[in-house]
Design a binder for this molecule. Structure first.
Ligand code: SF4
Length: 176
């Protein structure tokens, strides 16, 4: 079972330094600013589990919307900070992983997810490309978990300081 948190740590490390050019090349959507009043946001109490995709995770909220005559469950990820000029690939991938979980659990694919920053709320379309990125990342993580050794993919001590896996990381971590 791949933890979404782990997925983020590794994926964020993979993409952190490659910036917007890669984001565009990878086809990750940038998101569209929307009003936050989509509807009542229901906190999610239990994790969503997909055995098919080997994923588990819990979005901050789910909001039920009716669009085009269909009902969707839309995952909402809340970030406490101000919105970056473009959402970080790690944030988008985390939200997309929740979209995939919602798709599997509720049997309806959400057309987008919501990234809610302190000062901005974005709709991130859950495109085919983005969905495939999540599947590829989960597969890469499963392979990494079987590998005898996995090396750090960045040179940012601040990331290690803020990382929950620091103690398990041994010599790879850039912060004590
Ligand atoms: S401690 Fe640093 S190298 Fe280790 S998983 Fe966290 S961010 Fe990556």
């Amino acid at each position: 079972m791949v933890l979404v948190a782990l997925l983020l740590a590794v994926w964020g490390g993979l993409l952190w330094y490659r910036g917007r050019a890669l984001q565009e090349a990878a086809g990750l959507p940038r998101g569209q600013v929307v009003a936050a009043d989509t509807g009542p946001w229901r906190p999610v109490s239990a994790p969503l589990i997909s055995r098919r995709h080997g994923l588990i995770g819990r979005p901050d909220y789910l909001v039920r919307v009716r669009e085009g005559g269909r009902e969707y469950h839309i995952p909402v990820e809340v970030k406490s900070g101000l919105a970056p000029p473009e959402p970080y690939p790690g944030h988008i991938l985390q939200l997309a992983a929740y979209c995939l979980l919602v798709e599997d659990v509720h049997r309806v694919r959400p057309p987008y997810g919501i990234l809610h920053y302190r000062d901005r709320t974005l709709h991130i379309p859950f495109t085919d490309v983005l969905r495939q990125q999540v599947l590829d990342t989960a597969a890469a993580l499963r392979a990494a978990r079987r590998a005898p050794e996995v090396h750090r993919s960045h040179r940012d001590p601040a990331r290690c300081r803020a990382c929950g896996y620091r103690r398990a990381c041994g010599d790879q971590a850039l912060a004590p």
